[in-house]
Design a protein around this ligand. Sequence first.
Ligand SMILES: [Zn+2]
Length: 316
Amino acid sequence: MKRDFFPYFALYFLLFSPLLQAQDVALPADKMLVIHQLSNGLLQAQTKQSATRMIRQRLYIAKDRLRIESMEGQRTVVIVRLDKRLLWKWNPQNPKKEYEEVPFSKFEREYKRRLRRKASFKQRILTSALPKRRKVEILQQAYLNPFGPDLVSVGKSSQKKEISGFPCEEWIVERNGFEVARLWTTKGAYSPSYLFRFYKALKAFTPEEERAIEKIEGFPILLRIRLQYFIGASYKVFDIYAHIQNIEQRPLELYPFRLPPGWKKKSTNAVLKCAYPKCKNLVKVKKFRVIHHGKVYYCCKQQHQIKLMILFAKQR
Ligand SMILES: [Zn+2]
């Protein structure tokens, strides 16, 4: 489960750029948006190399559907379907032709886990034997508020510049007084308001962050977002960049939002066979387990759990 976490976390970046918006330029129902951008936010686990490498990505957006593809490096395709409350993810070069299906409920669970980890990090520091001044320093370095809940604010600077041919204004998001995002947005570009639902559905932000982001005006052409990932007594910081090169409106087609024909769903639970030797069934729920010489064995049902226990007892 822990291994799974990262790729989805990284996914949020990809969603950032088209989704942060406040303009009400609606996308007609018979049209889709195709966006080309450079980003270091990959769909695969982040490594030191991938974190600094900008790759080309293409995004398709229509109604309640979103597709993101990486055009370089490890090729990955992700489709987000709000109508089905799930996302599909696959590597087009996978010879097994298998895709992963992730229900939104998983993002809900991961969001809660992120909040728990963040709270536990804060608690650990606050209850440690460190001097008070040091505690405050550590928490502030982690963009946390030592004296209460997170305070998120957003504001427009006086900076203006042209990026990818769009006149842009600069916005800065701060958490507890520290910059966590800088965005250059343009007004009058495509920015269908319903897009906000994508990242809400994937639980990328806390409610305070969502409220701050909703205040940003215009469509982000260039952005840098700093994300944190708390693990026990430490945390990692990732900077995500996305730079839109162009945005086109094309007639709506449905194939970009569908699974590739002939591909099969990858089973989410690793195939686990009943540990009772005379049984060939698969273990559907990890409920009936036997611990023997420090190793865990799972059985398909209670009857086989008991039989396996007797078998191990006989071996002694
Ligand atoms: Zn069995």
